[in-house]
Design a protein around this ligand. Structure first.
Ligand code: SAM
Length: 276
């Protein structure tokens, strides 16, 4: 995807600087009010604009759909585009299981007639399966697990799937944990650039939720698979870390009060937003 077209067109969906204006189209606030989820109207406007510019021979990939708010936003008016989504329904305990039914319903009734290929499972396993996505990924929206390792792997594991030029949008990017992962990743991988940072003024900012960063990837050499070091991290994430996550969510469902306190202590610093 010619990513400059996306950045040049932002002025067509925002009346001023996207950082501090609301999108012109009221549909995004309406979707936010009607579809349960975490993405804000400004984020939906950005996702939709990006999807509208996707060439026919490339795919849009989302990781972390929950009940489908971000996908509903991206698909409006974009029925002719190719959408893939990955979700493991692990987070939020039982609410994750309920999310499956609500997601399917939202995709059937609200996705603007677009076909969304929903791939259920761990994104770090799915993305490593050759041939699962039938086109190079021109737009990649990551809104899955938010740890340093997950955010590092979100870029590493996706890179081989990306088109030679791709737009990568990362949610919750105002959180220090995300920026740390991006710094580590960009130091080790050529061809990546952070082009726009729409940061949250405080936690759950109505305009930008917890922030959205736009990265551009331009392949600098031949397409390569994961390095040995990155593959080792991926294997760790999909085995040991996955078991820890499953156990944590299971405990969280049974003892929500305790889980919230522990999460608050463990994640407080990595998810703190100045002013929040
Ligand atoms: C914040 S929610 C996504 C919100 C959604 N994009 C919206 O607009 O409301 C994060 C989602 O990522 C999913 N997730 C977390 N880790 C994942 C993984 N390894 N593979 C696939 N999905 C994952 C969770 O189950 C959860 O539904």
């Amino acid at each position: 995807m010619q990513t400059s077209r996306f950045f040049d067109a932002l002025g067509t969906v925002f009346p001023g600087d996207p950082q501090d204006t609301d999108p012109t189209d009221p549909r995004w606030a309406q979707i936010g009010a009607e579809v349960t989820g975490f993405t804000s109207p400004n984020e939906l406007a950005v996702l939709n604009l990006a999807a509208s510019l996707l060439p026919d021979d490339e795919a849009y990939l989302e990781v972390g759909t929950f009940k489908g708010r971000s996908l509903v936003g991206a698909t409006q008016g974009n029925a002719d585009k190719t959408f893939y989504a990955m979700e493991n329904f692990l987070e939020f305990g039982m609410a994750g299981q309920e999310a499956r039914a609500e997601l399917q319903d939202n995709l059937r009734t609200r996705a603007g007639g677009a076909t969304v290929h929903l791939l259920e499972g761990d994104c770090f396993k799915l993305m490593a399966q050759p041939g699962l996505i039938d086109k190079p990924v021109g737009i990649y929206f990551y809104d899955g697990e938010h740890t340093v390792l997950a955010h590092y792997l979100a870029l590493a594991v996706a890179e081989p799937l990306l088109a030679d030029e791709a737009l990568v949008l990362v949610d919750d990017a105002t959180w220090p944990v995300v920026q740390r992962a991006h710094r580590m990743f960009l130091r080790r991988h050529p061809g990546w650039q952070i082009v726009a940072t729409w940061d949250a003024a405080h936690a759950d900012d109505p305009r930008w939720a917890n922030g959205l960063h736009a990265l551009v990837f331009r392949r600098t050499g031949a397409k390569r698979g994961l390095s040995k070091a990155d593959e080792a991290l991926r294997v760790y994430q999909t085995t040991l870390q996955k078991q820890l996550n499953s156990a944590a969510w299971a405990v969280g469902s049974r003892f929500p009060g305790v889980a919230k306190k522990v999460a608050g202590v463990v994640m407080g610093r990595s998810r703190a937003i100045d002013g929040g």
